[in-house]
Design a protein around this ligand. Sequence first.
Ligand code: KMH
Ligand code: ZN
Length: 277
Amino acid sequence: MEKVIITAAICGAEVQKEHNPNVPYTVDEIAKEALRACNEGASLIHLHVREDDGTPTQSKGRFRECIEAIKELCPSVIIQPSTGGAAGMSSEERLQPLELQPEMATLDCGTLNFGGDAVFTNTENMIRDFASEMNRRGIKPELEVFDRGMINTALYLLKKGIIKEPPHFNLVMGVNGGIGGSLQEFSFLVNSLPETASFTASGIGRYQFQTAAMAAVSGGHIRVGFEDNIYISRGKLAESNGELVEKAVKIARYLERDAASPQDARKILNLKPEDSK
Ligand code: KMH
Ligand code: ZN
């Protein structure tokens, strides 16, 4: 089977040092966590950034600093900034990292409840506008879906030509308010994707490694990282994103799939080769 792209979602916007002291906030911490992930086989970093005190931000300046620091340590890794940011941020705030012309960025394909009174808002117009902006800039969207209906939204934009072929999805399993993390739900999502699509799967919390295994056997790609899960095994906090990546790579290898290098990942994702940029 094809090599597996391991994405490391190294800090997210919600998880804090109070949950796991190894969650990175500063530029230096973020770059070092990216390096630990890359050293274990991650070829793609899904990036959120923080102020030094941990407050999530979509500041273009902070993204620039973090991207430069990561590139210093991991020169060829693919960096995929979030355009989701944190629940409650405006579209203007969320779109800022696109101005840095990353190779990829996330495109969240629907609204969902995000705990308590929080709502992660992605209206039809917002999704279309974010997609158009990525299209205009030649940035490949990772189509984040948290439930089955969001695939329909992505397929509609694909039909309209606002999202280009071949699409790449991220199936997020196990967010409260979205689809669960069972094998049945995973199969339902995978069987709903068009033939031309590639996909990554992300399991939240206790679903992280079972989702990794399901993705590995079904020809998909794997996302792990503190954004989604802070434990290496039941009740044991992970020491780093590198430790989570190492476990994902082992799962994939048991299933006869090696980790893709960043160059391999660019081919699989239909991105421009690094030396042509
Ligand atoms: N932090 C969530 C509200 C993304 O990166 O695009 C949204 C999120 C999705 O993490
Ligand atoms: Zn994210």
